[in-house]
Every structure is written in C-alpha cells, then in structure tokens.
Design a protein around this ligand. Structure first.
Ligand code: ATP
Ligand code: MG
Length: 414
C-alpha cells in the first residue's frame, strides 16, 4: 500500500459531523452583525509581507516568530496571521474613506501562525471579527464591545468575562513606558528571556508575560504602584470614562485589568479581551481594541478605528455539540427506479431524502433508515401497485399508509 500522507501539525480537518457547529457560528454572525449595520468583507488569504510587518508591528511575536512567509516571483508573501491589516489595506485601496462614516465591516476565515500547537492553539485557525472605521468617540468602542457580547449571547455563551483597559495615546504612554522600564530595571536579570528582549523595544508587553517568575516580579508593591497608577492623560481618561458609562448603562459587566496590553503594536486607548473560565490556559475567546493610527501607517488618511477578533475553534469548544440532522425520509424499496423517482420528487419539493443505491436487502435498508432518517418511506410491491407509501415513524415505530400525493404533507409535519 502507498504511504499515507497526514494532515500538517497544528492544522485540523473540520469533519462533516462538526461542520454544523461552524454553520451556527457563521449564520449567527451574519444575523447579529447585520442588525448593527456591518457588511461582510472577504480579503485574500495571502498578502505582501510588508503589510503585516508595518500593520501588525515588527516588535510583535506574530511578525517576529509566527508568520508563514514565502517567496514567489521575487516578492515576499505571507499567509495572513490576522485580518485587521488586510481589511485596512482594502479600506484604503478601495477608497472606503469616501463613504460616510462609520464604515462597518466583518469577516470570517482562516488565519495562520507558526506557534507551538496545543489545546486551543493551532497553526491554521479561524477568526470571526469586526472593524469600524471613522468614529473616534467612545460610542464606537462601546458598540463593538456590546456587539461581541451580544454575539456570544446569541450562541448561548452568557458567563464570559470582559476585561478592559486603556493604553492611553502615544504621548501619555511614552511617560508610562519610561516609568515601567525604570521600575523594572533592578529586576532585569530576573526577567525571562522574552521579557529581556522586549524591555527596550516594547516594555508594555512585559506586563502580559505568562511566565510565573515574571508575574511574581510584577506583584512587588513598588512595581504594582506604577502599574496601577493612572498614567493616561485627561483626554484619554475622559474617553475611557465615557466608555465605562455606556457599558454600565447597557448592563455590560466588565473588570478593569491594568495588565491587559494586548500583543499587537497598533492599539491605543481602549483594549479588551473576553475570557472564559472553561478553556484552560488558552482562555481568551475575543481580543480587540482601538487602533487610530493604523490606517495612516498603512498609507491612508488619518482615520480612527476600533475592532475585535474571536477565535472560532475556542468558541466551538465552549458550545454543546449539536445533534446530527436526520433526513425527512429514507426510502426502503426493492425497486430502485421507483425509489429514485420518489426521492427526486420529494427533493424537488424541498425535503431531505435518500434511498438505497446498492441493492441491499429490505431489512438492511430498514436498518439504515433507522440510523439516518426520521421515517422509513416503504415502497414495496403492494404499495407500488396501489400508488401508496407506508410511512414508518422511526421514533415511535408507528406505521401508516398514505396515497403518494399526501406524502409532502406528512413529511412537512417535521
Ligand atoms: P493569545 O493570547 O491566546 O495568543 P492573541 O492575543 O494572540 O491570543 P489575537 O491576535 O487577539 O490573539 O486573536 C484573537 C483571538 O483569536 C484570540 O482571543 C483567540 O481566541 C484566537 N487565537 C489567536 N491565536 C490562536 C491560535 N493560534 N489558535 C487558535 N485560536 C487563536
Ligand atoms: Mg498569540
């Protein structure tokens, strides 16, 4: 036998029995996001590498360690590790700035990151996300957070925790960064290697470190004092206060987490995550925030923006497995021609119907019916002569004969 070729590490097949759950995530996204005026956008799965280097930021793990980059015709291309950069590129390239603000877009699809595969972490995974362009007021931040919460509620996920923080603006953040560096300087040798590398380039990212020994350092009182201080300027503070007021009024529960800085470089002011206690260590289902400088950094006009992305695999693992959908009827017959004709007639009328394609024995066909359908539609010689079908309800065992033309009404009863 030829050698078997396996699926690539960190990627997964989504098998037929699991696809129903994906359909639910996708159809709820369309339903809920449409209510808020979001339109779906589909951008390419690969883009110029430079888009991510500039758009995600070259001090991030994503750009430094996790990108799938390849050369083709002397161009460097990258499989998208996230979709905000692609959406922003498309916004600029297609002149969406000319549309009246806000421009509200949503997307879904696969993303690629070369990370260590583990529970809740794959190399090809899927995100559903939204981006809103053109509004600097905190109303926009509140609306996207509310949208995330309502989407999760529509899936039956009510007990997730929203964590919120404000990173201030580039100006007020500079002073904060300097203070963080200063207070961590005496601890430099005790920090993990990643933190030591980030210390100069991206000191805020240190706060996000998951290494226990680093977390313990950040617990020290003199360091906590800096972390917990209100460093953001008056304008940023007013924006944050306004956001909290909206969320309070709309009954969105949240906690402030001063350690929440998010991995990406482009955020300013609002950042947030939604977490579940049922996911183990990869517990974030949603991450997002405001990114007012990204459109300009990628060559567009100055445009405020805010958005989020959710990991669809992590969402799926929180949802109950839906029951397998049964056929409306499985035709059990010794005449393939009659069975074929009846099946096509019923399919034409909108019903899900199958019949035996392999000339199996009558009893085998009945067995199959009981596995895949709500009813067996028995079409024996007597029924064919009489123009009837014996309908056997496979959950109650009850069997009643009907003239063929009544069959659609019978099946329509669910
Ligand atoms: P994490 O801290 O879990 O690495 P992140 O900050 O890198 O998350 P984002 O880039 O904000 O994640 O992506 C948003 C969401 O996408 C995450 O909250 C998570 O649900 C999901 N996600 C991110 N990376 C992966 C992955 N490798 N596999 C599965 N889901 C992922
Ligand atoms: Mg990550």
């Amino acid at each position: 036998m030829a050698k078997i070729i396996n699926v690539i590490k960190g990627t997964k097949d989504i098998l037929p029995q699991d696809v129903e759950q994906w359909h639910i995530l996708e159809s709820k996204a369309l339903e809920i996001f449409s209510k808020y005026g979001y339109k779906e956008i589909r951008t390419p799965i690969f883009e110029a590498t430079e888009l991510f280097a500039r758009g995600v930021g070259d001090t991030t793990d994503i750009v430094n360690k996790e990108m799938y980059t390849f050369e083709k015709s002397e161009r460097s291309l990258t499989l998208r590790p996230e979709n905000t950069a692609g959406v922003v590129r498309s916004y600029i390239e297609n002149g969406m700035a000319r549309l009246s603000a806000p421009v509200k877009l949503w997307y879904k699809g696969p993303m690629f990151r070369y990370e260590r595969p583990q529970a809740g972490r794959q190399r090809q995974f899927h995100q559903v996300g939204v981006e809103m362009f053109g509004i600097k007021n905190a109303t926009a931040d509140a609306e996207v957070i509310l949208l995330a919460v309502n989407y999760l509620k529509s899936l039956g996920l009510n007990d997730l925790e929203v964590e919120l923080n404000s990173l201030g603006c580039p100006t007020c953040r500079e002073a904060y960064k300097a203070k963080i560096k200063e207070v961590l300087k005496p601890e430099f040798d005790n920090l993990c290697e990643d933190c030591q590398n980030r210390y100069e380039k991206n000191p805020l990212r240190l706060l996000d470190c998951k290494v226990e020994s680093c977390k313990a350092i950040f617990e020290k009182p003199e360091i906590q004092k800096v972390i917990q201080s209100d460093f953001i300027c008056e304008e940023c503070a007013a924006h944050f206060a306004e956001l909290k007021t909206y969320l309070d009024k709309l009954n969105v529960k949240y906690t402030i987490n001063k350690l929440l800085v998010r991995g990406l470089d482009y955020y300013n002011r609002t950042v947030f995550e939604i977490k579940s206690n049922n996911l183990g260590s990869q517990n974030a289902v949603c991450g997002g925030g405001r990114y007012d400088s990204l459109v300009r950094n990628l060559g567009g006009e100055d445009t405020p923006a805010v958005g989020w992305a959710m990991g669809m695999e992590r969402l799926n693992s929180l949802l109950p497995v839906p029951e397998l959908e049964l056929l409306d009827g499985y035709i059990v017959s010794t005449s393939p021609v009659e069975a074929f004709e009846l099946a096509e007639d019923l399919r034409d009328k909108g019903f899900k119907v199958e019949f035996d394609l392999a000339n199996k024995k009558f009893t085998k066909q009945l067995e199959k019916a009981s596995k895949v359908a709500k009813r067996a539609l028995i079409l024996g010689e007597d029924e064919i002569k009489a123009g009837t079908v014996a309908v056997k309800n496979l959950s109650t065992g009850e069997q009643v004969s009907f003239p063929r033309n009544q069959l659609p009404q019978v099946l329509a009863q669910g």
